[in-house]
Design a protein around this ligand. Sequence first.
Ligand SMILES: NC(=O)c1ccc[n+]([C@@H]2O[C@H](COP(=O)([O-])OP(=O)(O)OC[C@H]3O[C@@H](n4cnc5c(N)ncnc54)[C@H](OP(=O)(O)O)[C@@H]3O)[C@@H](O)[C@H]2O)c1
Length: 265
Amino acid sequence: MSPPPPATPPAARPYRGAVVIGGTHGLGRALALGARERGLLTVAYGRTAASLDDTEDLLPRFLDLCDPHSVRTASVDVPRPCYVLWVAGAFLKKPLVETTEYEVEQLTRLLFTGPVLFLRRLLAGAEGPVHLITIASSSSWKRREQESLYCGLKAAQATFVRNLVPEMIAAHPENRVTLVNPGGLAVPDFHTGLALDFGAMMDPGRVAEIVWDIATAQRQAFTEVQILRSRAPGSEGTPEVSYGARAPQPPEEPAPTAAPHAPHH
Ligand SMILES: NC(=O)c1ccc[n+]([C@@H]2O[C@H](COP(=O)([O-])OP(=O)(O)OC[C@H]3O[C@@H](n4cnc5c(N)ncnc54)[C@H](OP(=O)(O)O)[C@@H]3O)[C@@H](O)[C@H]2O)c1
């Protein structure tokens, strides 16, 4: 008897390619490798694209989202029709008054202006359908401290993408948009300098699989999904998927629930 055929990931038709903005490390790299597994010609953009491992069969492209010249001139000659994944990012935890003008400018370029301008070029060249997959963050709606710039830019990314949907549908009826808000990922490079328990955070490879499963099964024009880590004892860090947008949490710490009064005697 011949062995069973290897399990094939869901077909990615009608798409020929995938373009990962920030496909060189962390979640972006895991998403790029997932695209390859699905038979897509995969372009990985990033500043360190030249040092990608040849055996992974990704098409490396230099792009520095903080450099307006690079954003204007990096090649957008990509395999089409394609998935476009907006993943690139970096974290910043600092009170605003301690944040330098340079840091504000660079993070805004990296998380918002750079990808928006680059996306504008990628979408302008599209003939067939495009499926845009955006990695925002649960920080776009969660209460955080000393992260106002990061959270504000992630919320801008999410709102920008939701409002891009009508014009994308007008441009091509088969265009699709997936907005993903992940919680904490076990990517130590992203959280440089912070002492975190990475064992209780989500594995980027597992999250990438979930994102591809959702995107390849998506029929409607737009899907927003939260992929949050379980905090339940024994399954800390397991991804939990739920659909739809979340209302922003209020900025103040919730008041502690009053302890029950001791009975008077
Ligand atoms: N890690 C988390 O806990 C977490 C949680 C929720 C959401 N997210 C979001 O997930 C995304 C990926 O994060 P990650 O954890 O995978 O981080 P990561 O491992 O640090 O990867 C960041 C990616 O962004 C690219 N990038 C950084 N600066 C760039 C620049 N100037 N120009 C072009 N590309 C640049 C990097 O490529 P090069 O270094 O090659 O330039 C790399 O591929 C980010 O948008 C982040 O906000 C992360």
